[in-house]
Design a protein around this ligand. Structure first.
Ligand code: SAH
Length: 352
């Protein structure tokens, strides 16, 4: 998809064409201009020529019942990026019904995970994306395109479902591509386009303090998550070489400023890697850092990609209990799609 020539094509058209096209592309999710019935035929023909809508992608399904799907999108220059659709289905018991009704569309939640860069310059020891190196930043349009891809797919399935949440947790470091990241986030939020509420947008950073500061100044009140993964700078440095530049004390200062300005909760992500960062000692050390209002911890079961192994279930649970007993709210992330290589960068790595 490439609509960069749209402004030129619409130069002599009435202003309301923009609204019509925004609706067609980002609310009706048409995948060919023929379907934009509100537009005159001549204009449609020009758009077919100048603004291709096709998104080249290969979809990988999981058969485990987790319903995650991953797509490998090929960009115009041949580079490939990953994006994931996570379908959560609650088996809710409706009031007045004795049994769960099985799949309940009303409780369906669709979350899209988007990439912000082709590859990643951070080179975290546990991450498959970093291992493959950095290629380039994505444009805001290329970021939005990932959401559009899944929205079209949901529409094709004919169910009355939409994209509820978007998380910037795919390949790359969003805060090293701040301008395009924030442009994409605002576009997703815009009521005239995808209209996804700010509270339903989340960005995850390895702790780029400049980005945390800039986000604190935005009018867009989206969620912030910090990839912590270690309770001290030494261990963190072993896992995430970027911390040479970003020490924990600097990250916490930026986060505290962010909380003061926005009054929003901040989520600290903590990967559970067997024998590396998952001991009682690390749990206690982590409690010391996390005992602040509006701080919360999300423990992430590790998807094995290289030399590291995931912590056992029981270990994760014990770790969580230590945090909770010490007054730190902690949740364990449901792990989706390990089977399809959903861990950051895995699929693209295999493909190459
Ligand atoms: N660069 C950003 C966003 C992309 S990574 C960041 O660091 O936050 C999104 C999340 O996936 C991060 O928390 C990252 O540490 C985590 N991640 C990377 N590799 C993983 C793996 N193999 N298993 C589970 N989570 C992983």
């Amino acid at each position: 998809m490439n609509i960069s020539k749209l402004t030129a094509v619409l130069e002599n058209e009435p202003k309301f064409r923009y609204a019509q096209i925004n609706k067609a592309l980002f609310q009706d999710y048409i995948s060919s201009w023929d379907k934009a019935s509100s537009l005159p035929k001549v204009l449609r023909e020009r758009l077919i020529e100048e603004c291709p809508l096709e998104i080249k992608a290969e979809v990988f399904k999981t058969d485990s019942g987790h319903r995650s799907e991953k797509a490998l999108i090929t960009l115009e220059d041949g580079e490939m990026i990953e994006t994931v659709l996570i379908r959560q289905r609650g088996k809710k018991v409706e009031p007045g019904l004795k049994k769960a009704t099985g799949e309940n569309v009303a409780s369906a939640r669709n979350t899209v995970c988007v990439s912000s860069q082709v590859g990643c310059p951070l080179n975290c020891a546990f991450c498959a994306t970093g291992a493959a190196g950095f290629k380039r930043n994505l444009s805001a349009e290329e970021i939005v395109e990932q959401v559009v891809f899944w929205a079209r797919r949901l529409k094709e399935e004919g169910k009355d479902e939409k994209i509820d949440n978007v998380v910037f947790m795919g390949m790359g470091e969003p805060f090293l591509n701040y301008k395009e990241f924030i442009k994409a986030a605002k576009f997703l939020n815009n009521p005239e386009t995808l209209n996804i509420g700010a509270r339903r947008l989340s960005v995850s950073t390895a702790g780029i303090t400049e980005g945390i500061k800039r986000l604190a100044g935005e009018s867009l009140q989206m969620n912030l998550a910090i990839s912590l993964h270690a309770p001290n700078d030494n261990l963190r440095y072993e896992l995430m070489p970027i911390v040479k530049k970003y020490l924990l004390k600097d990250i916490f200062r930026a986060v505290d400023d962010y909380i003061r300005k926005t009054g929003r909760r901040v989520m600290f992500e903590y990967l559970m890697i067997k024998g590396i960062n998952d001991g009682d000692r690390e749990a206690l050390e982590l409690t010391g850092l996390m005992k602040k209002p509006l701080y919360m911890v999300n423990l992430i079961p590790y998807n094995a990609t290289g030399k590291f192994r995931p912590s056992d279930r029981e270990r994760i649970e014990s770790f969580r209990e230590i945090l909770e007993e010490n007054g730190v709210p902690a949740t364990v992330r449901l792990s989706f799609g390990a089977e399809i290589g959903a861990a950051c960068g895995q699929l693209r790595g295999k493909k190459k």
